[in-house]
Design a protein around this ligand. Sequence first.
Ligand SMILES: [Fe+2]
Length: 248
Amino acid sequence: MSRRDRSQPNPPDAARRDLPAHDELYAAQLEIYAAEFGTLYRRFRQQSAELEAATHAVVHAFVVALGAHDPYTRDHTQRVQASAVTLAGALGWRDGALEDVRLGALLHDIGKTSVSDTILRKPGHLTDTEFQAIARHPVIGAHMIAGFPALEVARPFVLHHHERWDGGGYPDRLAGQDIPPQGRLLAVVDAVDAMLTDRPYRQALTLTQVTRELTRGRGRQFDPDMVDAFLDSSALTLYRAELPDLPG
Ligand SMILES: [Fe+2]
């Protein structure tokens, strides 16, 4: 037992001298582990920051490449992103889920960089071969982000935004609740944006016509709950600011 005067301060060295030999060894090992943990943690933080910066750079590169390839899809993507976040908020999605919506919407059409701009801008009807080329873009987009763990959350948006509630969509012909909610959400806002803008093969629909089309597609092309939430949200009014020439 120690005979030390307990009224005096207790410097670490003195404290260690008070310990039995095995406790002293244990304390020394803990100090070493703590130091090693601190070093590993600092290295982990640094590598995480580097990985995050690299992932942002990759996303930026994807978006720039898509914009250069097809300016319409770049602008469409920005509007879809704002509209998707509005709809997700109306559905009660919060925080991390909203961040996932932002990322997923931003990346949802990156697979179109693989589609010839002649096909993307073709004014007339698409041949079967041309349609097949466009219909591959969700799968190709999913492949493009597959090597990046931080982009995994975007996968359901990228892969499933062209599925239909009735099972007639692509690429996996999923139906109803089998379609991930991210895909069901994006299917609505993606279709609305396409309907509200001039396309090479037709002019923009009016807001009234779009509302009618959504109602017609409710439970057929679109998740009925998503349609209801969209029509109850402020998502459509966003388009009045984004597209000032939009007819009523
Ligand atoms: Fe798409």
